[in-house]
Every structure is written in C-alpha cells, then in structure tokens.
Design a protein around this ligand. Sequence first.
Ligand code: ADP
Ligand code: ADP
Length: 244
Amino acid sequence: MSLLEVREVNHSYHSKKLFKWKDQSNRALIDISFSIEEGTCLGLLGTSGAGKSTLGKVVLGIQRPQQGQVLFQGYNIYNTDKHTQRNIRRNLQVVFQDSYSSVNPHMTAERIISEPLDNYEKLTLNEKRKTIISLLERVGLSEKDLNKYPHQFSGGQLQRINIARAISLKPKLIILDESVSSLDMVTQRLILELLRELKDDFGLSYLFITHNIKAAFSISDSLGVLEKGELIEFYDRKDQFFSS
Ligand code: ADP
Ligand code: ADP
C-alpha cells in the first residue's frame, strides 16, 4: 500500500457569473492521479497557475475536491472518523514558502516548535524543553535560539524552525510547498541538504511542490510536471532524464 494515493482528482473554482456568455468555471485540477511510497520524495513541478497550491491543499485535507479521492495509509482523508482524522493530521505536516508570514511574530522559536507537541503529546515542561532543544540541534540551530522571535532569524534559520516544528511529531509525510523558493541559492542548497538528511534518517516522505526545476531534481525520487491542472509528464529517478 502506498503512503499517499491521489485518485482521479478533479477540482474547479466557480466564480460569480459576471458575463453570462462566458464560462466562468476554472478547472484547477484535471484527473490527477499519483502515489507516494514510504521514504520517497515526489516532486511536483509547475509554473504559476498550474494548480500546485490547489493540489497541496487537497492533499493536506483543507480543500475537498469535487471529484476523486485522497488516501493516506489507505484511509480516505475526506471520509473518515474523527480519531483517524486526528491521526492523519499528526502524520501529515506542511512547510510553506514564506517563513515570515507563516509564523506568529509574537511567538518565540520555542513556542512555534512546541505547538504540535502541545496538541498531541502529554509531555512535562522539562521533557518538552529537552525535545525542543534536540529538535533545534537536529535542524542546525541551538538552545540559544529558544527564546528568539521570528524577526531575529534569517529566512533560512526561520525555515529551519518551521522544519523542526514539522518533524516534531515524527510524521510520515511532509508537504513542502515552495519551502525553499524564497531563499537565496546558497541557503536553498543548505536547506535541501537538511531535508535530504532528515528523509534518510527518519524514513520521511515528501511531496515537494515547486516551480524551481533545479530544487525539484536535487531532492525528488520521482517528478511530475503539472500544467494547466493536468499532470502531463512523469519521471522516475531511474529514467535517463534524471541523471542528465
Ligand atoms: P499554482 O499554485 O500552481 O500557482 P493554483 O492552484 O493557485 O496554481 O491555481 C490554479 C488555478 O486555479 C489558477 O488558474 C488560479 O487562477 C485558479 N484559482 C486558484 N485559487 C482560486 C480561487 N480561490 N478562486 C478562483 N480561482 C482560483
Ligand atoms: P536525540 O536522540 O538526541 O533526540 P535524534 O537525532 O534521535 O536525537 O532526534 C532529534 C530530534 O528529531 C528529536 O527531537 C526527535 O523528536 C526527532 N525525531 C526522532 N525521530 C524522528 C522521526 N522518525 N521523524 C521525525 N523526527 C524525529
């Protein structure tokens, strides 16, 4: 069984009919099917408007598609009981692009990282602090960073904090939604390196959504190309295309 399976997903946005003669429906996703095996990274490459964010939201469970199914460990994420939903949510984390606007500026690194732990684990204060320090160290930061606020970090460091938060519950799958796209080339390379390490160390799986072909190649085991809502091409690491 695949960790994640997306089956014939279709989704359109309907805007208000301003002009009766114009078809106002916008097909954002058309017959999308793919799967992600445990411990692998699937890259989804596409230009702006291709449907990447919509697909990210569909997989994350926050945008129910009009047609099709999303199965996580065999469970239909849009049609399952509360307990399973909670279990899926802890195992499916996300790291967004714009690190500054995705965090609360009044929260310290410690609080940002501890949020998922507070929701899902019953740890003593001492245990929690120890866990957060080891998470910070795991992503290349340190205890000194516990009480700093987002504006005191660089973009790359802040993305490390978002990654620490995402791995804190030992999830199965992380959706990386343009997670390195706003970083400079050098920082991008370092964050990709960290992501690859974490993937190997913990058997993590990624859905790596990006418009950046180089980044996608460097981390993905297989790669899909999304264009105008359709998955038009698919490559595997084994294909020659990858190694060229
Ligand atoms: P990408 O992330 O690849 O840029 P999106 O998933 O954001 O693509 O968008 C796919 C298509 O759906 C685009 O044509 C976009 O204009 C449209 N779209 C996205 N969100 C909405 C929305 N909330 N309402 C209407 N149309 C939308
Ligand atoms: P330590 O043994 O000092 O905690 P590890 O390298 O084993 O160091 O773990 C570092 C951090 O990574 C820990 O805080 C732990 O919560 C987290 N971690 C451990 N296993 C996993 C996993 N399977 N997925 C994601 N994060 C994990």
